[in-house]
Design a protein around this ligand. Sequence first.
Ligand code: SF4
Length: 558
Amino acid sequence: MFCYHCQEAKKNLVCDKTGICGKKENVSSLQDMLMFSLKGLAFYCHQAEEFNLVSDKTNRFMAKALFSMVTNVNFSATEFVGLIDEAVRRRNSIRSQFLTAYQQKNQQEFNLTLAEEATWQYEAIDEQAYTDKGAEVGVEKDNESLDPDIHALQETLLYAVKGLGSLAVHNLEMNIESAEQYHFMYQALSFVLNKSNTLDEVLALVTHSGELGLAAMTLLEKANSKKFGAPVATTVHLDTLENPGILVSGHDLQDIEDLLEQTAGTGVDVYTHGEALSAHAYPAFKKYFNLVANYGGAWQAQKTEFPKFNGPILVTTNSIQMPKKTYQEKLFSTGMVAWPDVTHIADRKPGQRKDFSQIIELAQKSEMPTALTEGSYVTGYGLNALTKQVTNIAEAIKADKIKRIIVLAGTDGRHKERKYYTELAEALPENTLIITAGDVKYRLLKHDFGEIDGIPRLLDAGQSNDFSVIINFLQQLQQSLEVTELSALPVSFNIAWYEQKTILMMLSLFALGYKNMRVGPTLPPFFTPAILDLLAEKYGLKGIDTVENDIEAMLTGN
Ligand code: SF4
């Protein structure tokens, strides 16, 4: 096993026996085998695009398969066996169509030296055989045959593509698709099969992936706002009521709507957990009086918080951890999320809602949640709400009432070093604004940051997917202040990275040419020292230091 694609890699190096996330060695190998198979599929899809041969079904399959490998999404060996089989079958099918089309057009056979990924065939659908093959073709294989710096950047590209897959699936749930996104997945996955790529070529694609990440987030924000209304600043309760409840986590607003629609009037309340907190800000959900509060903290608190909830828990898009026996029977997954022996709610049929009836029945027999927290928190500074603040914030900057905007976005996690984010936010001077997105917000939840001339000092734009909202807001601020570059604004980015979507946050800043960002609590383990030097020089990428040093540096634009 060799996995280092999230911030929790063992000792910030690599998970080599079992994942800190709970991923077992066999599942890790199956994921490597799936990536190997997808590269082969992508190779032929990329070739076949010229002939318009790639079907919508293959595009969607590619996105879902990539999403399945994002950290904390899917831990089911059975699922991965099915995905590998489908990848190879789809590759074989598109290969034969492509070869025929190529022959007809060029009057000669397609003749290119092919990587093993494009030719490998299985003898039978066999979990053990796939696992054994996966152990041979994982991250380490390329590590042996490539320049380490190129390997490091190509791995970054693969993680970005997984993040793009997850965003593409979120968009698909909203009936939005982007041909450009699918094209890039094929381009990037087939690109890494070429052993003669240069560092400049890889860096160009990595940077482009950031552009596409931002575009995918923007599409999603628009789709969510169109369907559920533009988020409005909303006070979310953090306490509990007396009814039994269902706890929902993840990002999927359509799942949340389906759940609210089916629980309305049943005597069952709905609570959010983790990044689902931002659902409270959408106007479409305000008519559901049983969407009562947010329960507990960020995703990594689930093992202690889920048992206390007493009722069933639905995990929609990611962040599932190995469940404890105390709540496993009450845990449900849906979409691409899966854990062995956790009940999975099937996809919705066309034109219908997902069927959550068994969760609701279980909730009706459950005790009310045990109170964990109290008080409230304000979220909902989505695009509309932030846009309304542009003029005020620009005026406050001109009047020197706001000295700096600190973008503290990203994901929370288990590392105790993440207390840095709480300490940093609390120590920032009162003439700074903090804008957040993602569940790093849980590090800031308990503090009252006050206001500057009526502008809340803490503005929560929503989920990590809403990072594009922050960028859009800053671009409006740029115009208002007549500043030519994002880097010239009094803004500092401090990204709490965890998994592949937060990697996209960092890459989107590369794409925007923003120089001078901090990434923490540790730097990604897949970057080599030379790549870190390169990114420091080109994009001002740096790790975090002490709270005092970082505040001093950020306030002076460093
Ligand atoms: S996803 Fe993260 S925690 Fe899980 S095995 Fe990989 S590096 Fe380790």
